[in-house]
Ligand binder design. Structure first.
Ligand code: FES
Length: 245
């Protein structure tokens, strides 16, 4: 199951990354394309100019690379997810069977299991990817809030609900990050020594999310694909967004 769902995610996300079109349907923006740094208005379903932080697509962009805003930002959430301590366990086991369990040696070869060495040392950057991931909660939260305004008029659509669920699941996943838990309190030798402090309270809350990290990991992974697909289908006119507008 891990192999199938994770492979589906990688294939779908790579495909969506290269599309460069149908990622915006007023007022919904696909989370894969948020934030929009530049927009190419010649593409169907592109974000309007006022959504782009730096305006129109730069003329120096090579023609053979699609003018996809997702290419400029997806490295941040993807590096966070791919280097996640939970996912590492999950995909090392399901893709390589090495190690198949915490206390079980590799089955595929008789070689001694050496842990994460050489190129895999790059996984240690996870603690830095966390900072970008925290910023993305605000960015996606902003998208969720403005999804209730269409051409300046307040309302609610199925897309608004989908975008809200997306940011809640991604926040739940990020708040349970092992690096965040360490940052908040895990580096202390004795948390209970500082009971009743704001830090202890924050650590307890992060620990609640941490205990559910796997569940949030899978739910948010599937939901971000659902959100992109929904916005894409609405933008393409394949489905109609039920809403109050
Ligand atoms: S450990 Fe999973 S997101 Fe940090």
């Amino acid at each position: 199951m891990t192999f199938v769902v994770f492979t589906t995610f990688v294939i779908y996300t790579t495909w969506a990354l290269f599309q460069a079109e149908y990622y915006y349907a007023e007022p919904y923006l696909s989370p894969y394309y948020s934030p929009v740094l530049f927009t190419d208005l010649s593409q169907p379903g592109a974000a309007p100019l006022e959504h782009a932080w730096f305006g129109s697509w730069p003329s120096w962009w090579p023609d053979f690379i699609p003018s996809s805003p997702a290419m400029l930002i997806l490295v941040f959430p993807l590096s966070f997810r791919m280097s996640c301590y939970y996912y590492r366990k999950a995909y090392y086991r399901s893709f390589a069977g090495s190690p198949p369990g915490c206390a079980v040696g590799p089955l595929a070869s008789k070689k001694k299991y050496r842990g994460e060495t050489f190129l895999l040392l790059i996984q240690n950057l996870h603690r830095f990817a966390l900072y970008a991931a925290l910023a993305f909660i605000f960015l996606l939260g902003y998208d969720a809030v403005i999804s209730f305004w269409r051409y300046g008029e307040f309302g609610i659509g199925v897309g608004s609900i989908i975008l809200c669920i997306n940011v809640v699941l991604i926040a739940g996943y990020t708040f349970g990050c092992h690096s965040l838990r360490h940052l908040i309190g895990g580096r202390k030798d004795c948390m209970s020594c500082g009971k009743n402090t704001a830090q202890y309270e924050a650590w307890k809350r992060v620990s609640w999310f941490n205990a559910r990290h796997m569940q949030f990991a899978w739910l948010s992974l599937v939901w971000v694909m659902v959100t992109d697909l929904y916005v894409r289908l609405v933008a393409m006119g394949k489905i109609t967004d039920l809403n109050t507008w």
